[in-house]
Design a protein around this ligand. Structure first.
Ligand code: PLP
Ligand code: SF4
Length: 345
């Protein structure tokens, strides 16, 4: 067993351990755990500073998960799934789900229901059909490995999949979406990086949501990937009580660049059963984006996107600030178009 596998085995999974460590009342959480699993790696657990803080909220079950506010998921990926394990929404790129487990289960996960229903999912049983589907679809040039967490697989199993994908001539880009750098930085071993290096062009998108997650360990994990020639991007989810605050988001985006991670997306939370307590308004997201604009480098500024049935749609702030005054973006742009050389100013 590798060290990271031992760490996962030592994760917190029972209510008894949680109660013992934090002295909370376990009763309200019992029915939540019956519905959705809990797993928190020792490392991620160590980042909790107090009950209810942004790390806690992301990984510890909450009675609100049982609320019926959102009866079903906003869009059903199953409808976009031509064969098991493949999500195909855009003509030229597919998502290949290769694991139904994660080092730490996030309470706001968009695939919460999928992960729950696919317990024991074994990629070996469906990979042949999935690969054949990708082989047949010559328009596909970009494969995004996802799950669950693709880095829950052993190096060997992951490499088998990479070998098979690299044999397909029309596949140009391979991306791996993984939260392991954030919740299980041990997973990013030199051995893993050496292996991944053999399958370029390969990209990793990870998932930091709060500046407290940027630690010496997670920084080292990201820098290791980058040193293996892998560009690392970040996809944040806008979460109430975690990062729905301009100052927190600004700090997060700026710190990401210092560990050589490029902010890529801020996702508006999908409508997913069991996550209503994390919802923010789109207005709040726009306010955050407006506060980032101009205050931080364009390099650190991601797209704020919402997932609609047709695909991701970027959301832009309505207003911009100029000389301390708030201007309506529509009016401002209107003027620029009317007076292209600034004569109207
Ligand atoms: C987000 C997503 C992608 C990748 O989109 P990019 O904008 O290229 O990152 C691909 N397929 C599905 C189903 C997605 O949701
Ligand atoms: S790591 Fe990703 S897939 Fe796994 S629970 Fe968290 S958000 Fe969901």
């Amino acid at each position: 067993m590798e060290q990271w596998q031992k760490s996962v085995s030592g994760s917190l999974t029972s209510l008894e351990e949680l109660t013992e460590r934090f002295g909370i009342d376990p009763e309200p959480l019992r029915p939540v755990l019956e519905r959705y699993r809990m797993r928190i790696t020792p490392y991620y657990l160590s980042l909790i500073q107090e009950v209810g803080d942004p790390i806690w909220r992301q990984c510890v079950p909450d009675p609100h998960e049982l609320e019926e506010g959102i009866p079903f998921d906003s869009f059903d990926e199953a409808e976009l799934s031509p064969v098991r394990g493949v999500v195909h929404r855009y003509p030229n790129r597919v998502v290949l789900l290769i694991s139904s487990t994660c080092p730490t289960f996030c309470r706001f996960c968009m695939r919460k229901s999928w992960i729950k229903s696919q317990r024991g999912f074994n990629i070996n049983e469906s990979i042949d059909r999935a690969i054949r589907y990708i082989e047949k679809n010559t328009a596909v040039r970009d494969v995004i490995l996802s799950g669950g967490d693709p880095l829950s697989l052993s190096d060997g199993s992951l490499e088998d999949i990479l070998i098979r994908l690299r044999r397909i001539p029309h596949i140009e880009i391979i991306r791996i979406g993984s939260r392991a750098p954030v919740t299980l930085p041990d997973r990013i071993t030199l051995k893993l990086c050496r292996m991944l290096k053999g399958y370029h062009p390969l990209y990793v998108n990870t998932h930091f949501n709060h500046p407290l997650e940027i630690t010496p360990q997670s920084s080292k994990a990201c820098i290791r990937l980058v040193e293996a020639g892998i560009p690392v991007g970040n996809q944040t989810v806008l979460l109430k009580g975690v990062n729905d605050d301009p100052a927190v988001m600004k700090e997060l985006m700026q710190k990401l660049l210092t560990i050589r991670v490029k902010p890529y997306y801020i996702h508006h939370l999908d409508l997913v059963k069991g996550t209503s307590h994390f919802r923010t308004s789109i207005e709040q997201g726009k306010t955050i984006m407006a506060s980032l604009r101009g205050q931080i480098s364009g390099m650190a500024t991601p797209y704020y996107v919402i997932d609609l049935p047709k695909g991701k749609v970027p959301i832009l702030p309505d207003d911009i600030k100029k000389d301390g005054k708030v201007l309506s973006l529509r009016n401002y742009l209107g003027k620029m178009i009317e007076y292209p050389d600034g004569a109207g100013e």
